[in-house]
Design a protein around this ligand. Structure first.
Ligand code: ATR
Length: 270
């Protein structure tokens, strides 16, 4: 049987095997999908062994997305623009294709939630790997992006990289009049540490959509709790993005896009 796997470190809490096993059941495509704990120095060796044997496709999670980009023989435009790879596919000619489905997954989820339109003004918080991965898709959808990051220089570097793709600039609360945004996306890793980025409360109104790319199965993230406390009524964590980016990986491997609503519901309610 063809094998699929997620490689990461840590990997114990990954939902990818559950999600892909649900896809495979729903789509009646039988595949083995497992989580592989990967020692930091061993990603390339592990991938080579995997693809030499029964491995046909892989998901790559933290902290390996840039190394997977370097490992790939060919890159999709999403991978090239973001500089990172979260999905690999062994092609018929044995070359390894690197793709990034994070931006596609985020945009799909924001549309599903009706949190976004082509003219949305977005406050994107963060300038790490997660932000790099989603900006190209949001810009090509037509949105304007205002980037805020704890360390301004990191935001400036990122904006410089993407400014030829669309409407994107940095925001520094000291220099700018505070405005209300249509959508605020937390792309920092702060939720992992039960923290939140430091943004002014005046950014939020009852009309502002607030999205945290991170998710906690049992609790609301600290960022979303804070948004709610300050008047946001339309908020979401990143579980739908996680399922959607997985659906795009499944599509790359099997050429079929699974129905994701039931799976999100199942994961939220089990
Ligand atoms: P990556 O490896 O993807 O870059 P990271 O180093 O954890 O991940 O940081 C991702 C983003 O989260 C960065 O924008 C980081 O801000 P800095 O550029 O200032 O380091 C941001 N970040 C992490 N923890 C944060 C916190 N507690 N508050 C605000 N921003 C935070």
């Amino acid at each position: 049987m063809n094998q699929y796997a997620v490689f990461g470190n840590p990997i114990k809490h990954s939902l990818s095997p559950t999600i892909h096993n649900l896809f495979s059941k729903e789509m009646k495509i039988y595949q083995e999908y497992i989580a592989i704990y990967t020692p930091i120095q061993s990603l390339e060796d592990y991938l080579s062994v995997f693809f030499k044997n029964l491995g046909k496709g892989a998901n790559i999670t933290l902290p390996f997305k840039h190394r997977a980009y370097v490992y790939s023989d060919i890159l999709t435009s999403q991978a090239r623009l973001s500089g990172s790879v979260n999905t690999l596919k062994k092609m018929d000619n044995n070359l390894i294709l690197g793709h990034n489905t994070d931006g596609l997954g985020l945009l799909y989820d924001l549309k599903r939630l009706k949190f976004i339109n082509h003219a949305s003004n977005i406050l994107l918080i963060g300038a790490g790997g997660a932000a790099y991965a989603v900006i190209p898709e949001l810009l090509s959808f037509g949105c304007s992006i205002f980037v805020f990051n704890r360390t301004l220089i990191n935001a400036e570097k990122m904006v410089l990289k993407f400014k030829n793709l669309g409407n994107i600039c940095c925001i520094d609360w000291l220099d700018n009049n505070i405005q209300v945004f249509d959508l605020i996306i937390n792309a920092t890793s702060s939720s992992m540490y039960n923290m939140k980025p430091n943004i002014p409360v005046t950014c939020i109104s009852a009309q502002t959509f607030c999205y945290d790319m991170y998710y906690l199965i049992d609790n609301m993230t600290y960022f979303l709790l804070w948004c709610k406390k300050h008047g946001a009524t339309r908020i979401s964590d990143g579980l739908g993005m996680l399922v959607s980016q997985a659906a795009y990986a499944f599509k790359l491997w099997h050429n079929k896009f699974p129905e994701i609503n039931q799976i999100i519901y199942k994961l939220k309610n089990e």
